[in-house]
Design a protein around this ligand. Structure first.
Ligand code: 3NM
Length: 219
């Protein structure tokens, strides 16, 4: 399925209800889709995170919007929910269920992404059948309270030099300005929460990320 492929330049938007401030998350998602994001991940975290039926309904609403724009809908961490609503994929961290077990549960056709912080972790993700890895945090981030020390662009460069064909998505503190360097380091995509979710003009911000790819390619 074409949806499974992660090509340059992927603008991979991540959002949960806690990331959009006073704005309605579905409005923000719609604007981001309108602006041209290529992937969406629902990452529902925090003290006031939706759970149970409320979460399921919200996930379905996000999924429906993504479908209308032909954009893959990926769920963070919650394999059960992903299975229940037939999401296009799942993204897991190092602390979540083991990647190989998740791949087995989901079958070969769903997108599987794994967060990694080193070449060793990337090697394990490849072995487990990941379709892409999220490498981060590239830059300092205020969105994830337990984020590791920023790996900088070196993390992307080292994973790409070992696994040239493995799609790498940079994450953590990425803005349209510093995204140029993420592309230049060889990443297939940029994964972004705050710079898109909190932008005054969300669709325009997504376009700035798209433009950053051309500038990065010239570096
Ligand atoms: N994972 P922002 S950093 C969800 O390093 C997440 O694996 C990270 O948010 C990792 O774009 C991060 O607002 C937060 O910096 C990204």
């Amino acid at each position: 399925m074409a949806l499974k492929f992660i090509n340059k330049p992927s603008i991979y938007f991540i959002m949960g209800t806690e990331n959009t401030g006073t704005r309605h998350p579905l409005t923000v998602l719609k604007e981001a889709l309108e602006g041209g994001i290529s992937h969406f991940q629902l990452r529902e975290k925090g003290q006031f995170a939706l759970t149970g039926d409320e979460l399921k309904q919200f996930a379905k609403d996000c999924q429906q919007l993504c479908r209308a724009y032909g954009v893959p809908f990926i769920i963070n961490d919650d394999v059960e929910l992903a299975e229940e609503i037939n999401a296009d994929g799942i993204h897991i961290g190092q602390e979540d269920e083991e990647a190989a077990a998740v791949r087995k549960r989901l079958g070969p056709d769903k997108i599987l992404g794994v967060s990694v912080h080193s070449v060793q972790e990337a090697a394990e993700a490849v072995g487990a059948g990941a379709d892409y890895v999220g490498m981060g945090p590239v830059f300092p981030t205020y969105t994830k309270s337990d984020a590791k020390k920023p790996a900088g662009l070196v993390g992307i460069l080292s994973v790409k030099s070992t696994y040239p064909n493995l799609p790498v998505i940079g994450i953590g503190g990425i803005t349209p300005e510093n995204a140029e360097n993420v592309w230049a380091a060889g990443a297939e995509g940029v994964a972004v929460i705050s710079s898109i979710a909190q932008a005054e003009d969300v669709a325009h911000q997504v376009k700035l990320f798209s433009h950053s790819y051309k500038k990065g390619a010239l570096k």
